[in-house]
Design a protein around this ligand. Structure first.
Ligand SMILES: *Cc1c(COP(=O)(O)O)cnc(C)c1O
Length: 397
């Protein structure tokens, strides 16, 4: 992750690279290699193999969704969502501007216009009270991205989508098993997507994703979109005599090696999420006083929502305070990073989207936010260093 913003002449020299606390490291639970070897011995490494089916059955049961299909990434799962929903030129899709580029890109690729609305400053999620006013005759879908795994206000979003006959698509890239009022995220929208990128809670070896369908009628179409627009999966099941080109699609399958890697992580899911949850709880306790004093803000977890420790952020006063903080942390050997740069102000965001209503919080809050290291392998002693460095900065003013 480069020099982490450390600069010459700005106080003590940064510690050598080996002593640095990285921002993120992919989880490794120890059984991945054995599962990879097992998959390699079957000589069937394409998608939709035995490990793939095993993972899909687990997610289907665990999330309580009608269907779950592994994909090559969450980006691709979002592209599939746009194809399954039949989004096309002239259509509008509503989402928050504070989010990852893939979420907007997937629909812009189909020719849709992205209609960005403001976020709630407490959770950084889409402000559900602004969605209805952004709906036009062209609106086709609402995308709910659950930031840090903390649920959007799903009662409102489900009601609005149903009343206006819109697709509700959940970008659950930050979620594994978090719930809204007892029900797992990913089970609310007709379509939901997840990510197994190396930075996420579970990984399939670097890149990977999942698409969930909550309407059984969508499964056959999703299977075709994932198989280059063909009914190849039905062919392998013996349901059709030959497979042919049926609809637009692409190669969105996860390889069997990715699924084997992911299965190792699924088997260790309790351990991974418990560890992340513990790190998250320690951060919250460590910064409770600064948050109570109003020096910083942390993410609110509204009633009905929960966190399993995907992201821990603090919000500083403004962009300058954040830059000084990141610099201070780098000198202490800690890599702290920020995201997301609001999509509506970016070059492609201006071309493919527009902001509906006032940007009261999206830009201002995104400029104040900084994330602290949070990953499965982060040790207590390393975390204590992060906490001590951050507290020293906050205590100094
Ligand atoms: C990581 C992420 C994605 C994309 O996931 P990939 O698997 O890397 O394609 C999409 N949306 C959000 C909110 C993400 O954090």
């Amino acid at each position: 992750m480069g020099a982490g913003g450390a600069q010459a002449g700005g106080g003590p020299a940064p510690p050598p690279a080996g002593d640095r606390v990285p921002f993120s490291r992919a989880a490794v639970v120890g059984t991945e290699a054995a599962h990879l070897a097992s998959a390699m011995s079957t000589a069937r490494l394409g998608g939709d193999g035995a490990f793939g089916r095993r993972c899909e059955a687990w997610f289907r049961a665990e999330l309580g969704v009608a269907s779950a299909l592994l994909t090559s990434s969450c980006t691709h799962a979002l592209e599939m969502a746009a194809l399954i929903a039949g989004i096309g030129p002239g259509d509008e899709v509503i989402m928050a501007s504070y989010g990852f580029v893939s979420t907007a890109n997937a629909f812009a690729l189909r020719g849709a216009t992205i209609v960005f609305v403001d976020i709630r400053p407490d959770t950084m999620n889409i402000d559900e009270t602004l969605v209805e006013a952004a709906i036009t005759a062209r609106t086709r879908a609402i995308v709910a991205m659950h930031y840090g795994g903390v649920a959007c206000e799903m009662d409102s979003l489900c009601r609005i989508a149903a009343e206006h006959g819109l697709w509700l698509i959940e970008d659950a890239a930050h979620c594994t098993r978090t719930r809204w009022k007892g029900r797992r995220l990913g089970s609310f929208g007709q379509i939901a997507t997840m990510s197994f990128h190396e930075t996420k809670n579970l990984t399939s070896g670097g890149e990977g994703g999942l698409i969930c369908l909550n309407d059984p009628a969508l499964e056959a179409r999703a299977e075709m979109v994932r198989e280059k627009g063909t009914d190849r999966r039905a062919f392998f099941r013996g349901q059709v005599d030959a497979y042919s080109w049926r609809c637009l699609g692409s190669s969105y399958l996860m390889s069997e090696l990715g699924a084997a890697y992911l299965w190792a992580q699924v088997e260790a899911v309790e351990r991974i999420l418990q560890r992340r949850g513990r790190i998250f709880a320690r951060y919250r306790a460590a910064f409770a006083e600064a948050a109570a004093d109003g020096r910083i803000e942390t993410q609110a977890i509204p009633p009905g929502a929960e966190s399993e420790g995907h992201i821990f952020y603090i919000k500083l006063r403004d962009a300058a305070d954040r830059a000084a903080f990141i610099d201070h942390m780098a000198r202490a050997g800690v890599i702290a990073v920020f995201h997301y740069v609001p999509l509506h102000g970016a070059e492609a965001g201006r071309r493919h989207g527009r902001f509906h209503g006032a940007d009261r919080f999206t830009t201002r809050e995104s400029e104040r936010l900084v994330r602290l290291p949070l990953f499965y392998g982060l040790g207590d002693a390393q975390q204590d260093r992060v906490i001590a460095a951050a507290r020293a900065y906050l205590a100094a003013g």
